[in-house]
Design a protein around this ligand. Structure first.
Ligand SMILES: Nc1ncnc2c1ncn2[C@@H]1O[C@H](COP(=O)(O)OP(=O)(O)O)[C@@H](O)[C@H]1O
Ligand SMILES: [Mg+2]
Length: 150
């Protein structure tokens, strides 16, 4: 599935449609957010976390690596692996324990083995003043979810 997002509002609207396709209770779902700096990964993450009922700020997890959100439908872990350089750092982050919620992962290429166990990949890229997003299902559950996006 490929969508043109003409501005930030379109990215936020896609995040709302994505949210509507998610199961009512979240757990063990991993969504990868790929794309170069400025492509809109954090914007999508903020849109999704807000669409799930969070009303405060959504700070970048660049230094904390993970920001958890305890929301009515479950836990969202906003993860940013930009600064992760080794498997040991990933263990330090406690990745394996983040399996009770939705893992929303920026810069997943820093830990290539994560992609093997992910459900959905969004690849954002520049398109004039807007962005393109390619959405791929990587698992059975991920493909089903994408089919449910209206
Ligand atoms: N669809 C879009 N079209 C144009 N600008 C966008 C779009 N989505 C996000 N932006 C803008 O791109 C900039 C960078 O977004 P950000 O989400 O921080 O990128 P990333 O996390 O990928 O580095 C922000 O100023 C944001 O408003
Ligand atoms: Mg970002």
């Amino acid at each position: 599935m490929k969508v043109f997002l003409e501005d930030e509002a379109a990215t936020m609207a896609l995040a709302e449609r994505f949210r509507a396709a998610l199961p009512e209770k979240l757990s063990g779902l991993t969504v990868l957010l790929e794309g170069e700096l400025g492509a809109g990964k954090s914007t999508f993450a903020r849109g999704l976390i807000r669409a799930m009922g969070h009303s405060g700020p959504v700070p970048s997890p660049t230094y904390t690596l993970v920001e958890p959100y305890h929301l009515p439908s479950g836990i969202v872990y906003h993860v940013d692996l930009y600064r992760v350089a080794s498997e040991e750092e990933l263990r330090f982050l406690g990745w394996n324990e983040l399996d009770d919620g939705l893992r929303l992962v920026e810069w997943p290429d820093r830990a290539p083995q994560l992609a093997n166990a992910a459900d959905i990949r969004l690849t954002l890229s520049y398109a004039g003043a807007g962005r393109n997003v390619q959405i791929d299902g990587l698992s059975e559950q991920g493909m089903q979810l994408i089919a449910d996006i209206n």
